[in-house]
Design a protein around this ligand. Structure first.
Ligand SMILES: [Zn+2]
Length: 400
C-alpha cells in the first residue's frame, strides 16, 4: 500500500523541461509570422502530453507542463497586468548594473527587454496561467488534479533590477510600500482565479533572493549611494510583499519557493554564495511551506543554514545537477541528504529520521529556464529524473 501524502513529493523537479525540437521550430515560425497561434497551440499541446507522459512513466506526481507555453520561466504574468509595460532595449541608466542577472546580460550588450511599471497596477481579471494548468490537469487522473505543479514568477521580480526610484513612476506610487501593495493585490486576484480552477500546488521562482547572498551584489549595493535601504531592510520589504500576496491562500494552496541561482543558455548561472545571510529571515518569516534549494555545487554553500528551518517546513534538496549530463553517484547523494538531515535535526531538536521526513529530492533547477534549455539532451534529462526517483525510493520506500 502506497503511503498517501500531499505535496511536496519525495521525488520532485522544478517545473521547466527541455522543449522538443518541433516545438522550438514552431515557436520560431510563430514569432516570425510563419505559423498561426492555432498551429503553435497544437504543437504545444502535443509536446506537453509527451512531457506529462514521461513524468508519469517515471513516477512523478507533481507533474508540470514543462513551461512549454512560455519562452522564459517568468511567463507573462507581469506583462499582462494593467500598468506594467514590456520595454525593448531599455536604457541602461534604469538598472542596478551590479544585480547579477543584469550584470550577466551586460556581457551580451544589455538587457534586450524588460518589464516596467508605467501606471497604476491592476489585474485584468484574466489569468495568463490558467490555460497552462487546465490542459495539464486534463492529462492526469481527476483525483490528482491538485497535485499538478504550476510555477509562478516572484512578486518582487521587477523591482530589484531597477535603481532607486526607477521601478515605477513616483507620481503613481509614492514609495515601495504603495507599489508592493498594488502588486500583492494583483497576485491575490491571480491566486483566486487559480484556486477556483483547482490549483493546489504552486512553486514561486525567485532569483532575487539568491542575489542577496552574492558578494559582488552586496559590494555593488553598498557602493551605490542612491540606495535608501540596506539589503537587510530590503529583504524585510520583500518578505512582507510575499506574505501579503499569499495571505488569503496560504492555508489552501501548497506554496514552495525556489531560490534560483540562474539557469541561462548553455547551462550558465548568475550568482553564488551560501544561504547563510538570508536563511534566518527567509526560512522563518516567509509564509511558504517548502523551499526548493540549489545544492549542486559548492557555490551554494553548506547545509548549515538548514538548522534554522522551522519544524513545520520542508526542504527539497537540489543536489542533482540539471546542468550537466554526468550522473551523480547515488551513495554520495544519499550521504549529502543525511548530512543535511543531521543539520536540520540538530537545529530542530529532532532525530535524523524525523528530520528526513521534512526532506525531499530534486534536480537543483529546471532543465530549461529559457526555451533553449540547458546543454544536455532529452535522454540526459530522463536519466536525471530517473536517478532522483530511484534515490527517493531507496530513502523513502513506497512514498510518492
Ligand atoms: Zn533555479
Amino acid at each position: 500500500m502506497v503511503a498517501q501524502r500531499n505535496q511536496p513529493f519525495r521525488a520532485e523537479h522544478l517545473g521547466s523541461l527541455l522543449r522538443p525540437t518541433e516545438l522550438l521550430k514552431t515557436r520560431t515560425a510563430f514569432e516570425a509570422g510563419r505559423a498561426s497561434a492555432e498551429e503553435l497551440k497544437k504543437e504545444e499541446d502535443e509536446a506537453v502530453k509527451i512531457a506529462v507522459d514521461m513524468q508519469k512513466k517515471l513516477g512523478y506526481r507533481g507533474v508540470s507542463d514543462g513551461e512549454y507555453r512560455r519562452g522564459v520561466f517568468w511567463g507573462s504574468f507581469f506583462q499582462e497586468l494593467e500598468g506594467m509595460t514590456e520595454v525593448q532595449n531599455p536604457p541602461l541608466e534604469l538598472f542596478r548594473t551590479y544585480v547579477p542577472d543584469i550584470a550577466g546580460f551586460l556581457e551580451k550588450g544589455g538587457p534586450g527587454q524588460s518589464c516596467l511599471c508605467t501606471g497604476h497596477i491592476k489585474h485584468t481579471g484574466k489569468s495568463t496561467l490558467i490555460d497552462e494548468y487546465e490542459y495539464t490537469k486534463s492529462l492526469v487522473d481527476a483525483d490528482r488534479a491538485g497535485e499538478v505543479k504550476l510555477t509562478m514568477i516572484s512578486p518582487v521580480w521587477y523591482h530589484l533590477r531597477y535603481r532607486e526610484g526607477k521601478a515605477y513612476p513616483t507620481d503613481v506610487y509614492a514609495n515601495d510600500e504603495e507599489y508592493f501593495a498594488a502588486i500583492a493585490e494583483a497576485y491575490r486576484t491571480e491566486l483566486d482565479i487559480l484556486y477556483k480552477a483547482g490549483v493546489r500546488n504552486i512553486q514561486i521562482d525567485d532569483p532575487n533572493f539568491a542575489y542577496f547572498c552574492s558578494e559582488a551584489m552586496i559590494e555593488g549595493w553598498e557602493a551605490d549611494k542612491s540606495n535608501k535601504r540596506t539589503l537587510d531592510e530590503l529583504l524585510d520589504v520583500y518578505i512582507k510583499c510575499y506574505n501579503d500576496c499569499l495571505s488569503q491562500h496560504k492555508d489552501k494552496i501548497h506554496f514552495g519557493l525556489h531560490i534560483c541561482r540562474g539557469n541561462f543558455r548553455g547551462s550558465r548561472h548568475f550568482s553564488e554564495g551560501g544561504y547563510d545571510r538570508i536563511a534566518s529571515k527567509l526560512l522563518k518569516e516567509l509564509d511558504v511551506s517548502t523551499y526548493y534549494l540549489e545544492y549542486d555545487t559548492p557555490r551554494a554553500g553548506s547545509f548549515e543554514p538548514l538548522a534554522q528551518l522551522p519544524i513545520n517546513k520542508n526542504v527539497v534538496l537540489g543536489v542533482i545537477s540539471s546542468k550537466f549530463s554526468e550522473l551523480e553517484d547515488k551513495s554520495a547523494v544519499k550521504e549529502r541528504i543525511y548530512a543535511a538531515a543531521d543539520v536540520m535535526a540538530k537545529g530542530a531538536g529532532q532525530t535524523r529520521e524525523q528530520a528526513l521526513d521534512r526532506v525531499f529530492l530534486s534536480p537543483q533547477c529546471g532543465f530549461a529556464s529559457h526555451q533553449e534549455g540547458n546543454a544536455i539532451v532529452w535522454q540526459d534529462m530522463e536519466n536525471k529524473l530517473r536517478l532522483v526517483r530511484e534515490i527517493a525510493d531507496e530513502l523513502w520506500p513506497g512514498q510518492p
